[in-house]
Design a protein around this ligand. Structure first.
Ligand code: NAP
Ligand code: GDD
Length: 335
């Protein structure tokens, strides 16, 4: 089996590639040209299996570059994960988020029926699409009410994916994934911002953590569990969309409390609320109902919330300790 992953350098792309390699897949990844020019920094999540995958340079903004990759190899499955994925950034620059996320998805879908109609397609939909939720928990048929340009771009991506399924009979699915985290999460997302700062505070390298809305509630799972659901969706006899979630919700405050207490600290001594991290429109509450994924796909989560928090804090503590001792050695050697 040959799979193409767009966004292979991201959190989910790296876990998915590992999962597919473990299943015996030939894995190809789409990366930006700049990443090939700066592999040390840009391939940090995939450097441990770089020699086992084939990378192709392309950009979501360029239809010819995507078309060209799709003409090179006959893929059985395509996991379209690449996107501008930071919600706050989508408020700062909604136009480029829309351009990358909507057109990028459209370009991928438009190229497939012509070149590779047999290729099964996965679109990375998001619980952010539910936005101002009309019911709890949210499931596949809960109406969407996106509250950010990012959420709007994902609703458009899901609609495009469904339309290619219905119009061209292609095997196209959308996963509606709730927040999923890991030690490989980007540093700007709230969980990693918290765990990386907890590590710095514990080591005496920082004293405070500035956050926005502490009362927002999220359904946080582990990325390693969620990429398995993506793969299962493409193994079904017919294409369909699925919610993937834990069904458990926690506030940002609870995440911070758990992360600080992992290292014996009280979050109230360090967390400061800072208006600059509030969003113009907030998604207050997300809790997913993954009953369909469990029933049809046989998917199950293997990590629970406090385990996830602990894994992230411990990983950041180990990495920060190592970086800190390397820079001390650097200074004492006079380099
Ligand atoms: P991530 O860590 O931010 O990774 C995003 C990936 O997209 C990176 O590999 C990035 O490449 C690539 N990318 C961005 N813009 C690109 C462009 N113009 N051309 C080519 N590649 C581009 O995101 P993630 O957490 O792994 O999420 C994967 C997907 O799932 C995203 O579509 C996200 O919106 C969606 N999603 C995520 C979650 C979650 O909680 N993690 C939940 C629901 C849905 P560079 O390394 O070059 O920047
Ligand atoms: N990033 C961030 N930084 N968020 C903060 C902060 C802060 O300092 N303080 C409070 N928050 C709140 C945000 O307002 C939001 O309610 C919540 O923490 C989570 O923010 P993020 O971690 O940035 O994630 P997100 O929920 O907006 O989006 C993530 O999950 C989506 C699925 O629901 C991203 O991974 C999206 O790509 C994904 O689709």
């Amino acid at each position: 089996m040959k799979a193409l992953i767009t966004g292979i350098t991201g959190q989910d792309g790296s876990y998915l590639a590992e999962h597919l390699l473990g299943l015996g897949y030939e894995v190809h990844g789409l990366v930006r040209r700049v990443a090939l020019e700066d592999p040390t920094r840009r391939f940090n999540r995939i450097e441990h299996f770089l020699e086992r995958v084939t990378l192709h340079a392309a950009s979501l903004e360029s239809y010819p570059s995507l078309f060209s990759v799709l003409t090179k190899v006959s893929f059985d499955e395509c996991y379209h994960l690449a996107a501008q994925s930071f919600v706050a950034e989508s408020f700062a620059d909604g136009f480029s988020t829309m351009n990358t996320n909507i057109n990028g998805t459209h370009y991928m879908l438009a190229a497939l029926p012509e070149i590779q109609p047999q290729c099964r397609f996965y679109f990375a939909g998001s619980s952010e699409m539910f936005g101002k939720v009309s019911e709890t928990p949210q499931k596949e048929n809960t109406p969407f009410h996106p509250r950010s340009p990012y959420g709007i771009s994902k609703v458009a991506g899901l609609d495009l994916t469904r339309n290619y399924r219905e119009a061209y009979g292609m095997f196209c699915v959308s996963g509606i994934l709730f927040n999923h985290e890991s030690p490989r999460r980007g540093f700007e997302f709230v969980t990693r911002k918290i765990t990386s700062t907890v590590a710095r505070i514990k080591l005496g390298l920082a004293s405070e953590l500035r956050l926005g809305n502490l009362e927002a509630k999220r359904d946080w799972g582990h990325a390693a569990d969620y990429v398995k659901a993506m793969h299962l969706m493409l193994q079904q006899p017919s294409p369909d969309d699925y919610v993937v979630a834990t069904g458990e919700t926690h506030t940002v405050r609870e995440f911070a409390e758990a992360a600080f207490s992992t290292v014996g600290l009280d979050y109230r001594d360090h967390v400061k609320v800072d208006e600059q991290f509030y969003r113009p429109a907030e998604v207050d509450l997300l809790t997913g109902d993954a009953a369909k994924a469990r029933r049809v796909l046989g998917w199950k989560q293997e990590h629970e919330f406090y385990q996830l928090v602990q894994e992230m804090v411990e990983s950041d503590l180990a990495a920060t300790t190592q970086r800190n001792s390397e820079s001390r050695m650097h200074i004492s050697s006079g380099a």
